[in-house]
Write a protein that binds this ligand. Structure first.
Ligand SMILES: NC(=O)c1ccc[n+]([C@@H]2O[C@H](COP(=O)([O-])OP(=O)(O)OC[C@H]3O[C@@H](n4cnc5c(N)ncnc54)[C@H](O)[C@@H]3O)[C@@H](O)[C@H]2O)c1
Length: 261
């Protein structure tokens, strides 16, 4: 189950958090993994950890908002590995702020990373994935949205706006690539609150005491805990593998039941 032997994967924002665990799981399941991030030291360390434990990983310094970075990295992957099979558009940024107090700079930053980054990744990945024949395994593009792309919130409307955009961009990508005859699938993953450096920042800026945070986490969803990166990575690995061969344009919610009520 969930094997990706011989496949080539690229995980953006793959140096830490959900992306880091995804890189580990893809490598353990047999893929060669390109980890890309702005965080060079963390990315190089993770690639070394994977290589030292029998996997195959390479790190690229990469700003997902830069078209020339994408062009360079996809070309290098094509040259080294033949083609890209799996793209995980994971890099993302979050910001707390009510609409009246959100600056244009913050708005532009969130849109650049969370929307333009996903658009550019998809654009360049399609170029590498589109020539696979109908009978071969599909290329798989997996976009990290959020429960914030499904339901609203009182504290981060612009983040929700970007993650809602990722949700529908995913569905349109799934439709468009089939209309153009490409053997590519595209799905979105919607994590609920998950332990990571981003989530640390969310809690640190919440003005809650440590005791209040504990109660908040316990009451957050039906399962009474935050997600762990492995919970999300498992869903991503499934969408990357042939076990999800009949899934495209889907939204996979991994939120401990947060959006069930
Ligand atoms: N942690 C959560 O609770 C949660 C919930 C729902 C969705 N998500 C989404 O999951 C994804 C991963 O989140 P995480 O919690 O692991 O966050 P994180 O902050 O721990 O990791 C995000 C990574 O993206 C990288 N990154 C940021 N801007 C970049 C850029 N311009 N180019 C390349 N890399 C860049 C960061 O350096 C970092 O390594 C994000 O898209 C996030 O929005 C997270």
């Amino acid at each position: 189950m969930n094997r990706v032997d011989g496949k080539v994967a690229l995980v953006t924002g793959g140096a830490r958090g959900i992306g880091g665990e995804t890189a580990r799981q893809l490598a353990e399941a047999g893929a060669s993994v390109a980890i890309t991030d702005l965080l060079e030291k963390e990315g190089l360390d993770l690639a070394a950890e994977i290589n030292d434990t029998g996997g195959t990983a390479i790190f690229f310094n990469h700003d997902v908002t830069s078209a020339s970075d994408w062009e360079r990295i996809i070309a290098e992957i094509d040259q080294r590995f033949g083609q890209l099979d799996i793209l995980v558009n994971n890099a993302g940024v979050w910001s707390r702020g009510v609409i009246e107090e959100t600056s244009e700079e913050d708005f532009d930053r969130l849109c650049a990373v969370n929307l333009k980054g996903v658009f550019l990744g998809t654009k360049y990945a399609i170029g590498s994935m589109k020539n696979r024949s109908a009978g071969a395994d599909s290329g798989s593009i997996i976009n990290l949205s959020s429960t914030a792309g499904l339901v609203g919130s009182a504290t981060s409307a612009v983040y929700s706006m970007t993650k809602g955009g990722v949700r529908l961009f995913t569905k349109s990508t799934a439709i468009e690539v089939r209309a153009r005859g490409y053997n590519i699938r595209c799905n979105s993953v919607h994590p609920g609150a998950t332990e990571s450096p981003m989530q640390d920042d969310i809690l640190a800026t919440s003005n809650m005491s440590p005791e209040e945070i504990k109660t908040f986490i316990k009451n957050r969803n039906l399962l009474g805990r935050y997600g762990k990166p492995i919970d999300i990575a498992n869903a991503i690995l499934f969408l990357a593998s042939n076990d999800s061969a009949f899934m495209t344009g889907s939204e996979v919610v991994v939120d401990g039941g947060y959006t069930a009520r």
